[in-house]
Design a protein around this ligand. Structure first.
Ligand SMILES: NC(=O)c1ccc[n+]([C@@H]2O[C@H](COP(=O)([O-])OP(=O)(O)OC[C@H]3O[C@@H](n4cnc5c(N)ncnc54)[C@H](O)[C@@H]3O)[C@@H](O)[C@H]2O)c1
Length: 268
């Protein structure tokens, strides 16, 4: 899967961060790009930047948590470009804090955006891609989907669900010898100025700790996008940006298999 020239990618959460970096990489590979995000000003700015590279770009303001909006996104993408080859279900939000303390709307926002957003992208685009005989979906999870990072339980849960559903769909596609493919990306920390989601009622102290951790171990969004396209070129299901989590995951799984108390180790 290396020749993307002239093909079409849909990227959700494309108004900044990793989504913007994925869109830039797709354009650099000669792809048409459909940018989707809640943030319309951010979308316009990313679109203007990409148009300087003579890219074919369509921006569609979209709340991925709403099925009808993702259907409208697909209608717009197919009507402009005729087909869709790659779908990046990347939009995500994170409000740090314990489930017991987080305002309900922050809990809902994470589940609606991260989990339903990904499911909507799969439910809407995969049947259309199947009808065209090809396509690949890339779902963005996180190392948080593999490890129970403290004060991030709801976010961890959405990302764990994305891994579980993506892995199951992978097996289903294989069993049917489907022409469709699926990958799951589990980024580690990405350097950024602000912890996403702090617009909500999250925990300031947890956000500060996460910011420090990101400073210490974070890579750039462009490096994440590089890893993703390299992983796709190698036809990988699992795409990791960091490999410092192996011991922490082994300790967790050992505790599970040994039925001892759960153990969390911070991958550093
Ligand atoms: N930044 C990290 O350290 C990190 C680590 C692991 C995984 N991730 C995941 O990578 C993805 C991208 O993260 P990022 O760091 O680029 O974040 P970001 O906050 O920079 O970008 C996320 C984008 O998603 C958009 N968005 C939020 N809710 C939306 C909705 N309901 N519908 C459409 N768009 C919506 C935002 O407007 C924003 O442009 C997310 O799924 C995130 O959970 C990030």
């Amino acid at each position: 899967m290396e020749d993307w020239q002239g093909k079409t990618a849909v990227v959700t959460g494309a108004a900044g961060g990793i989504g913007e970096a994925i869109a830039s990489q797709a354009v650099a590979r000669g792809m048409n790009v459909v940018l989707a995000d809640l943030d319309t000003a951010g979308l316009s700015s990313v679109e203007s930047g990409l148009l300087k590279h003579a890219a074919s770009v369509l921006s569609v303001p979209t709340n991925v948590g709403e099925l009808a909006e993702v259907e409208a996104l697909a209608d717009a993408a197919y009507s402009r470009f005729g087909s869709v080859d790659l779908v990046f279900n990347n939009a995500g939000t994170m409000t740090p804090g314990s489930l017991l303390k987080l305002p309900y709307q922050d809990v809902r926002r994470m589940i609606d955006t991260n989990l339903y957003g990904t499911l909507h992208g799969m439910k809407v685009f995969m049947p259309r891609m199947l009808a065209d005989g090809a396509g690949h979906v890339v779902n963005t999870s996180s190392l948080n989907g593999l490890l129970a990072y403290p004060a991030m339980g709801v976010y961890n849960g959405t990302k764990a669900a994305i891994i579980s559903i993506s892995e199951t769909v992978y097996h289903e596609l294989r069993a049917r010898q489907s022409p469709l493919g699926i990958s799951v990306v589990c980024p580690g920390a990405v350097k950024k100025e602000q912890v996403a989601g702090m617009v909500g009622g999250g925990s300031k102290s947890a956000a500060d700790k996460i910011s420090k951790f990101r400073e210490a171990t974070g890579i750039s969004a462009a490096e994440v996008a590089d890893c993703i396209f390299s992983g796709l070129a190698e036809n990988k299901f699992w795409i990791f940006t960091h490999h410092n989590f192996h011991d922490a995951l082994a300790v967790r799984v050992d505790a599970m298999i040994g039925e001892t108390e759960p153990i969390f180790e911070l991958p550093i």
